[in-house]
Write a protein that binds this ligand. Structure first.
Ligand SMILES: [Zn+2]
Length: 111
C-alpha cells in the first residue's frame, strides 16, 4: 500500500519549489501543498500555511530526504546549474549527468 509522505516544509516557497524540481528531475513524483496560501498571508494564521513538499510514493521518501539533506548541506552558489552540451537541457547542479540524455557535465567542458 503506497501512501504519501511529507519530506520537507519551509516558509520559503522558492526553496520548496526548487527542491520539488530537483526531486522531479530525479524521477520522484511529488506534490506541493499550500503553495498558493502564502499569497494571502494575513488572512489565515501564519503557522498553518507552510508550503509543504510531499512524495506520492512512500518508497521514494528515503531517497527524497537524502537529496534534500544534500541540498541543505551544500547550498548552490558555488555550483550553478549547467546546460547540457548535447541536448540543451538545463540540469540542476546536484547532478553530474544530464537527466534527459545521460551525458556527463564534464564531457563537454574540455578540461
Ligand atoms: Zn542532455
Amino acid at each position: 500500500m503506497r501512501s504519501m509522505i511529507k519530506v520537507f516544509e519551509d516558509f520559503d516557497l522558492a526553496r520548496v519549489g526548487h527542491f520539488q524540481s530537483v526531486l522531479s528531475a530525479a524521477g520522484i513524483r511529488t506534490l506541493l501543498k499550500n503553495q498558493f496560501m502564502s499569497s494571502v498571508m494575513g488572512e489565515v494564521p501564519f503557522v498553518e500555511i507552510l508550503p509543504e513538499l510531499w512524495v506520492l510514493d512512500d518508497r521514494d521518501a528515503v531517497r527524497a530526504r537524502e537529496l534534500i539533506s544534500d541540498l541543505l548541506a551544500r547550498p548552490a552558489p558555488d555550483q550553478p546549474d549547467w546546460v547540457c552540451g548535447n541536448c540543451g537541457t538545463e540540469v540542476a547542479s546536484v547532478f553530474s549527468h544530464c537527466w534527459n540524455c545521460g551525458r556527463g557535465s564534464e564531457e563537454f567542458t574540455g578540461h
